[in-house]
Design a protein around this ligand. Sequence first.
Ligand SMILES: Cc1ncc(COP(=O)(O)O)c(C=O)c1O
Length: 454
Amino acid sequence: MTESYKINLDETDLPQAWYNIQPDLPKPLPPYLHPATRQPLGPKDLSAIFPMALIEQEMTQERWIAIPDEVRNIYRLWRPTPLRRARRLEAALNTPARIYYKDESVSPAGSHKPNTAVAQAYYNKAAGIRRLATETGAGQWGSALALACNFFGLECTVYMVKVSYYQKPYRRSLMQIWGAAVYPSPTELTNAGRQILAKDPETSGSLGIAISEAVEDAATHEDTNYSLGSVLNHVLLHQTVVGLEAKKQLALAGEEPDILIGCVGGGSNFAGFVFPFVPDKLKGKERRFIGVEPTACPTLTRGAYAYDFGDTAGLTPLILMHTLGHSFVPPGIHAGGLRYHGDAPLLSLLVHEKIIEARAYAQNPVFDAARLFARTEGIVPAPETAHAIKAAVDEAGRCRETGEEKCVVFNYSGHGHFDLAAYDAYLEGKLEDMEHSDEVLRQALRELPQIHGR
Ligand SMILES: Cc1ncc(COP(=O)(O)O)c(C=O)c1O
């Protein structure tokens, strides 16, 4: 076992191909359904808003998809990312566990999100598209896409969830520096936005609403496509560079990971990190995978596994996933990137099959773990990432009690340098811990679409 603090790979070790988990699933992924006809979708149905290359990646059963050189060359600006051993955190916890984290915060946008943004911008540019429209919660995804569009000479329009737009003004500045146009969602620019504002002018917005706006923008403009930062299969596929690198790095460190942890919003950083390790478990190796979400938006732990829309207005295909119902508007917690009513269908299936575990934490204990991490390891984590840290701290604490020397690895999905207002609120004791009553959750689930025979 290495004594290092960080395990680095050479640029030449950057993966040549993304890993597609679809052929290795215990059962096939059920199809997406058309929002109007409720019949299974074909590639043509998606072609109004996505380029064909990404639609093929969404549906393919090929296990390995070659990463184009143009994409790898941009990845090389920050990849391979370090795998760090959290020795000072281990010491503070007085645990026999060995804790590692894969540091995705070193990308120019500060998170894992550019891994798919660069790929999506590349395929859209190659298809002759002029502009991409998207939503963003915390602003991490919007800034990643703004960066990627800038590299490929595409215009970028970002619908930013209203509560985050005001909580995180500097994320907006970052997107504008990279050339994007940014609007607080809901806006008056789309039918979906106008309808929601008419019902609730004071709404704080949600990812579901912002997605409706971006999809409508793309569907009504010939030269514009839509780009999603999470949930869809091709997004998770692109994120597997994270897990593929981590696997090599753990092997270099002489480690077999016992527990792999990530936070879950739509599921992309968690899936990208753990999916390359899932076949090991299916072949009988001891591996635990833990997805961590906020109690304020408990999709995996308390949602239904059902067909639902990906957005609030019901414009997207119906997806079989863990969902709180597309009308559920999560409270304005500071982990804006985890405020999504649904989850990736691939991740949902693996949770449903009990291959992946899920747990939820409230904001204050999550920020306690974030502060401990900042004081030991030095970096201030994004509030989303802090959910993974909290679970790693808890697992390491359990090892202290049992004396087990487990290897705990988590994905450090992003830094929190633009989230200091959230830390201010935490330090001033102003963060509320949210736990929904069963009745609140039941109410949104009543609006799930009825799908006969499924
Ligand atoms: C730093 C960070 N981590 C995690 C997430 C959650 O997204 P996902 O579950 O797709 O990784 C976000 C989303 O914005 C984020 O910004």
